[in-house]
Write a protein that binds this ligand. Structure first.
Ligand SMILES: Nc1ncnc2c1ncn2[C@@H]1O[C@H](COP(=O)(O)OP(=O)(O)OP(=O)(O)O)[C@@H](O)[C@H]1O
Length: 334
């Protein structure tokens, strides 16, 4: 029996997975506590090897937890594997679609595998082809589709059984920027129109920012931040960079900035001053006027909002863009 109402669509407590190979242990996921409500669109963001895929594979019953618990749609991922699988769609990394099959046939056979009649399977396939702009390519063998079209077909296949939760593992990796944006739009539309709970993994900062209601930042198998992208970024504040005509002017600007911008952290390097503070952009105009009145000439002014990469840097001391290499078994954290 499918519980129609569950308090949380996903609930994990102390979810942990170790891998042991050649007598070395990697703690891929370490004590994950996570609650995802029905209808949320959540992105797991983290560098390669952070534990995102392993988390997804536990939630989709593909990998058993070493310890801890996880429930999906009200079902335990260890005890109620069949019910979990019936409630979810899962699109793994790479292409799941068979290469010689035609796109529409692939969708129909998946739908038939889930027990739909021939007519209902055909109707569902057509509906999904339409939703993912694939109708005109429906009769082509999957091997002839472009990377973006194939990925959209993968996501469509994950939706055949109208799952309560859709898991997407790095859906846009390997796609060019245009196809990536296109896929993101389709995912957001699916979420908006159908209200499907969606959990996806990504190591693209822009993707997490653009697509998700909520960003769970994972590093070395633990959650290091969990909030909306806006809240994560605004927690760090805006960055105001002032280029001054001389070092002496920069010293004055740093002093005035520290006084005039509430809660600012101020750094000076030569003739450049950087101020970071919540809503510093609003205080920037007042600072410019103040400095002009003091006779300090500003050669350059730049105001930028924090990015998710700044958030990751603040939390870990590493840039997500730079730390994007997979740790080896030897290099993994103990
Ligand atoms: N089957 C396995 N055997 C041994 N180690 C594994 C296995 N699967 C994952 N790992 C290790 O667990 C850690 C977490 O891997 P995981 O794939 O979950 O990270 P990820 O955040 O999804 O990375 P990516 O973005 O590269 O997919 C890595 O150090 C990885 O090498």
């Amino acid at each position: 029996m499918l519980p129609s109402v569950v308090a949380m669509m996903i609930r994990t407590r102390g979810l942990t997975r170790h891998f042991t190979r050649h007598q070395q242990t990697v703690e891929a996921v370490r004590g994950l506590d996570l609650d995802v409500r029905e209808g949320e669109l959540v992105a797991f963001l983290g560098p390669n090897g952070a534990g995102k895929s392993t988390t997804l594979r536990m939630l989709t019953t593909l990998v058993a937890p070493t310890s801890g618990t996880a429930e999906v749609a009200g079902y335990d991922v260890v005890r109620d594997q069949r019910d979990v699988r019936r409630s979810i769609g899962y699109v793994g990394q790479g292409n799941g679609a068979g290469h010689q099959q035609r796109g529409r046939d692939e969708l129909v056979s998946q739908a038939r595998a889930f027990g739909l009649s021939r007519a209902a399977a055909g109707a569902r396939a057509d509906e999904l082809l339409e939703a993912f702009d694939l109708t005109e390519h429906a009769g082509r063998p999957v091997s002839t589709l472009s990377g973006g079209q194939r990925r959209r077909l993968d996501v469509a296949i994950g939706l055949v059984q109208s799952p309560r939760v859709l898991f997407l593992d790095e859906p846009s990796t390997g796609l060019d920027p245009q196809n990536r944006v296109n896929l993101q739009e389709q995912v957001r539309r699916l979420h908006r129109e159908q209200g499907t709970t969606i959990v996806l993994t990504t190591h693209y900062l822009e993707e997490a920012d653009a697509i998700a209601d909520r960003v769970v930042v994972i590093d070395h198998g633990v959650v290091i931040a969990d909030d909306t992208a806006v809240a994560l970024r605004s927690g760090l504040g805006d960055l105001v960079t002032l280029g001054l005509a001389s070092e002496a002017d920069a010293v004055t600007a740093a002093e005035r900035g520290a006084r005039l911008v509430p809660g600012a952290s101020v750094e000076r390097a030569g003739a450049v001053v950087r101020l970071r503070a919540p809503r510093a952009s609003e205080a920037a105009a007042g600072l410019v006027t103040d400095l002009a009145a003091t006779g300090v000439a500003i050669a350059r002014l730049e105001v930028t909002s924090a990015t998710l990469d700044d958030v990751f840097l603040e939390l870990t001391g590493r840039s997500l863009r730079e730390s994007d290499t997979a740790p080896t078994l030897e290099g993994a954290p103990a």
